[in-house]
Design a protein around this ligand. Structure first.
Ligand code: NAD
Length: 294
């Protein structure tokens, strides 16, 4: 049994930490939102008042935070975890952030003699709840091997993409494609509906045809087509539009750094930005882009 500190108990971190508890790990949790901590304590975790309290005695620290600014403020600086954590503790950041920030945190950790890897995930809230996430890791081989022992309790697939930051690049590449697939699937289903077709029948047709893709298989954007998709729950509780826009900005920055042409992602980014301007859309699930094509 490992002693695990889990920091960031939102849509993803909450169910991930629960899976660690289900596998009888000793988990201490921290989040800025007290209700999120309480919910995990009720499920069997130890609650901490500060991140420092959470990591005391931890073998492994896992963070699942919204963006790079949160990750850097957690780990770096005089108050950051790297300045106090034991050298035997492995730090695993599962947030989706830019590769440069991941390398910055990793290099500060290395200077302090502490191991750090980036391990962003794919699979959404449903994958987090089911323990079937895909972990995409960047870092040293021995640290990745150590991380697998704990990440296996939350995921079904684990990849070592390369050096520190490589996990983040791979994750951004995946999400830029996801944004395009979701926008394209939404556009297509709305056209079918406008022409009098049943979106469920249209989805079934595409699932058996060349337009088949992950959004149709797991995450249909049209309300009522798929019971457990965020679309059938008022677009609540999934991957927020503002987080997709964050990832698209990171992907476009990564493309600019190497001079890559990304016209599909640029179009998807404009669509998601336009969508986010709608009242309350920033916190809706990203599949609500479907409403933009109505
Ligand atoms: P979320 O906003 O639901 O959760 C983030 C949590 O972090 C919140 O509970 C917040 O209170 C907490 N938090 C913020 N700053 C903190 C701090 N300094 N200390 C402790 N807690 C802090 O976001 P999410 O959907 O869980 O996403 C988390 C990360 O996972 C993001 O980087 C996102 O891009 C990525 N991701 C999300 C999904 C998804 O489907 N939601 C899928 C894959 C990857």
């Amino acid at each position: 049994m490992s002693k695990i500190a889990f920091i960031g108990l939102g849509n993803m971190g909450g169910p991930m930490a629960r899976n660690l508890l289900r596998h009888h790990q000793q988990v201490t949790v921290f989040d800025l939102v007290p209700e999120a901590v309480k919910s995990l304590v009720d499920a069997g975790a130890n609650g901490a008042q500060t991140p420092q309290e959470a990591i005391a005695d931890a073998d492994v620290v896992i963070s699942m935070l919204p963006a790079a600014s949160h990750v850097k403020s957690l780990y770096l600086g005089n108050d950051g975890l790297i300045s106090t954590v034991s050298q035997t503790t492995l730090l695993i950041d599962c947030s989706t952030i830019d590769a440069q920030s991941a390398r910055q945190v990793g290099s500060a950790a290395a200077d302090a003699g502490v191991s750090f890897i980036d391990a962003p995930v794919s699979g959404g809230v449903a994958g987090a709840a089911a323990g079937t996430l895909t972990f995409i890791m960047g870092g040293a081989e021995n640290d990745v091997a150590r991380a697998r022992e704990v990440l296996q309790f939350m995921g079904a697939n684990m990849f070592h993409a390369g050096e520190l930051g490589a996990g983040q690049i791979a994750k951004l590449c995946n999400n830029m494609l996801l944004s395009v697939l979701m926008a394209g699937t939404s556009e297509t289903l709305q056209l079918a509906i406008a022409n009098g077709l049943d979106p469920k029948v249209m989805s079934d047709i595409m699932l058996q045809s060349s337009g088949c893709n992950w959004t149709l298989q797991k995450y249909n954007p049209c309300p009522g087509v798929m019971d457990n998709a965020p679309a059938s729950n008022h677009y609540a509780g999934g991957f927020m539009v503002k987080l997709m826009n964050k990832d698209l900005t990171l992907a476009m920055e990564a493309a600019a750094q190497v001079g890559a042409a990304t016209p599909m992602t640029a179009t998807a980014q404009s669509l998601y930005r336009l969508h986010q301007q709608g009242n309350g859309n920033d916190v809706k699930d990203f599949s609500s882009i479907f409403e933009l094509f109505k």
